[in-house]
Design a protein around this ligand. Structure first.
Ligand code: FCB
Length: 464
C-alpha cells in the first residue's frame, strides 16, 4: 500500500476562486443596469490602459453557466463573486431593478446545483454613478444607501448564499480612488479620503446589521492588510512604517476589530482639524461582531521615510502621507504587476495579525494569486509554471500559519478567469483560466489543473 500524503489543512477547510462583477460581467448596458463610477472612469482619457472598459469583459453575464461548470470541474467548495450595486439599484437609491436581482438569483442556484457555496461581496468598487454625483462615499447618505441595497440583496439571496462580505479592500476605495486617483472616481482630494474612510466603515456596519436582519449566515469584510517592511534599519524608516501601518492596516483593523481609530492617526493625516463627519456611535457600528475576517494578500511592501510633499503643515492632506513605498527585495522574482513574490511574508502577516488582534474572528483568504506573462501555445493551452509555483508556495506558507495556530477557514484564488484588471485593463492576467478576449473562449491553464489536483488530494487525505 502506498501511503498517501497527510492533509495540509484542517477538515472542513474550503477551497475556492474569486472574481468581481465589473472585472468579468460585461453587459454593462443590459437589463436595466445603471452606470457605475468605473464606467465613467474608464471613459476618462488616460485612466485605463488603452482606454479599456468593462463593457464586455469576460461576458460572464451571459456565460455564467460555463463559468460555474469550470468551478465544478475544479472541485471548488465555494465561489466568491461580487454583486453590481448598479444592477440592483440603478440610481443608487430608490427603485430596485428586478432583472438585476434575477441574474444573481440564477447564478446562486446554478452554483448550488453544482454543489458550490455562493459567497457574495456587496461592494467591489462599482458605486452607482448617481451616488457619486451626490457626493459618493464622502457623504454619509451613501453609507445609508449601501445598507438599503444590502437589505434588498440579502432578502433575496440570504436563504441560499452562505458567506457574505460587505466591502472589498476599502483601503483602495478610499486612498487609491480618492487620494492618488488611480482608481474610480479618480480624484486627488486629500481630506476627502478621510471622510471616505469613515463612511465606508459606517456603511460596513449598517450593512452588517442589514445582512443579519435578513438572516445571512456568515458575515464578514474583505480587507487587504499589508506586510510593511522598513527599507533600512534607521529610526526614520521605522517611524515611516508606523505611519504606513496606520494608513494601510490600522485605520481599518482598529475600528472594525477594536472599535476605535488608531492612536497617533491624526499626526499621519497632517494638520487636518475638521473631523466633524465622525459622529458618536459610528465606531460601535464599524465594530459590529463578524463571523470572519477576509484577507486579500499578494505581496509585501517596503517603506522608507520621505519628506512631506507639502512643506506648509497647514496645507498637508491625506494624499501627502510621509512615506515612500517601494517593492524592495531585489532578490525576489516579480510578477507582471512588478510585485515581489515573497510567500514567507504571507505567513508572517497572518501570524502577526492574530498576535496584534487577539479578538480577531477566523480568517478567510479572500484573494491570493499572481499576474504572469502567460504565453499560450498554438492550441491555446497555457503552461503557467510561474503561477503554479506562486500558488504552491503561498498555500505552503498558509499551511504553515495554520500549523502555528492561525485560524483560517478558507482560501480563494484570485482569479478564476483572466479579467479586467482595473487601471491595467486587460494587460495583466491573473486567471487560472485563460480568456481569449476576441472569442471569449475559456481555456484552463496548467495552474487550474494543479489547483484541481491539490484540492482533490486534500479531500482524499481527509477521506482516508
Ligand atoms: C485586488 C482587487 C482585485 C484584483 C486583485 C489583483 O486589489 O481586490 O479586484 O484586482 O487586486
Amino acid at each position: 500500500m502506498t501511503s498517501a500524503p497527510a492533509p495540509r489543512f484542517p477538515r472542513g477547510f474550503r477551497f475556492g476562486a474569486a472574481t468581481a462583477a465589473y472585472q468579468i460581467e460585461g453587459a454593462t448596458g443590459e437589463d436595466g443596469r445603471g452606470v457605475s463610477i468605473w464606467d465613467t472612469f474608464c471613459r476618462t482619457p488616460g485612466a485605463t490602459a488603452e482606454g479599456s472598459t468593462g463593457d464586455t469583459a469576460c461576458d460572464h453575464y451571459h456565460r455564467y453557466r460555463e463559468d460555474v461548470a469550470l468551478l465544478r470541474e475544479l472541485g471548488a467548495d465555494t465561489y466568491r463573486f461580487s454583486i453590481a450595486w448598479p444592477r440592483i439599484v440603478p440610481a443608487g437609491t430608490g427603485a430596485v431593478n428586478p432583472a438585476g436581482l434575477d441574474f444573481y438569483d440564477r447564478l446562486v442556484d446554478e452554483l448550488l446545483d453544482a454543489g458550490i457555496e455562493p459567497a457574495p461581496t456587496l461592494y467591489h468598487w462599482d458605486l452607482p454613478q448617481a451616488l457619486e454625483d451626490r457626493g459618493g462615499w464622502r457623504v454619509r447618505d451613501t453609507a445609508e444607501a449601501f445598507a438599503e441595497y444590502a437589505l434588498v440583496v440579502a432578502e433575496r439571496l440570504a436563504d441560499r448564499a452562505g458567506r457574505w462580505m460587505t466591502l472589498n479592500e476599502p483601503f483602495c476605495t478610499a486612498f487609491v480612488g480618492h487620494a492618488v486617483g488611480r482608481h474610480a472616481p479618480g480624484t486627488r482630494e486629500g481630506n476627502g479620503a478621510l471622510a471616505v474612510v469613515h463612511h465606508l466603515l459606517v456603511g460596513h456596519g449598517l450593512a452588517v446589521d442589514a445582512l443579519r436582519a435578513a438572516g445571512a449566515r456568515e458575515v464578514g469584510i474583505a480587507l487587504n492588510p499589508d506586510r510593511l517592511l522598513p527599507a533600512t534599519g534607521s529610526a526614520a524608516d521605522a517611524e515611516a512604517v508606523a505611519r504606513a501601518e496606520i494608513l494601510h492596516n490600522r485605520c481599518w483593523f482598529d475600528p472594525v476589530f477594536l472599535g476605535r481609530y488608531p492612536e497617533g492617526e491624526k499626526e499621519v493625516w497632517g494638520d487636518i482639524s475638521d473631523f466633524s463627519f465622525r459622529r458618536d456611535g459610528d465606531l460601535a457600528l464599524a465594530s459590529r461582531p463578524l463571523d470572519f475576517c477576509g484577507v486579500n494578500y499578494y505581496r509585501p511592501i517596503t517603506v522608507a521615510d520621505a519628506p512631506w510633499r507639502e512643506a506648509d503643515p497647514a496645507r498637508r492632506t491625506a494624499d501627502d502621507i510621509r512615506v515612500q513605498e517601494t517593492w524592495g527585495d531585489d532578490t525576489a522574482r516579480r510578477t507582471t504587476m512588478g510585485w515581489p513574490v515573497v510567500p514567507a511574508s504571507f505567513r508572517d502577516l497572518l501570524v502577526d495579525l492574530t498576535r496584534r488582534y487577539p479578538g480577531l474572528p477566523p480568517l478567510v483568504i479572500t484573494e491570493n494569486g499572481s499576474a504572469e506573462a502567460d504565453a499560450p501555445e498554438a492550441d491555446g493551452t497555457v503552461h503557467d509554471t510561474d503561477r503554479v509555483e506562486y500558488l504552491r508556495d503561498h498555500l505552503d506558507a498558509l499551511a504553515q500559519a495554520v500549523a502555528e495556530g492561525v485560524d483560517v477557514r478558507a482560501y480563494y484564488v484570485w482569479s478564476l478567469l483572466d479579467n479586467f484588471e482595473w487601471a491595467f485593463g486587460y494587460d495583466r492576467r491573473f486567471g487560472i483560466v485563460r480568456v481569449d478576449y476576441d472569442t471569449l473562449r475559456r481555456t484552463p491553464k496548467d495552474s487550474y489543473r494543479w489547483y484541481r489536483d491539490f484540492i482533490a488530494a486534500e479531500r482524499a487525505a481527509h477521506a482516508r
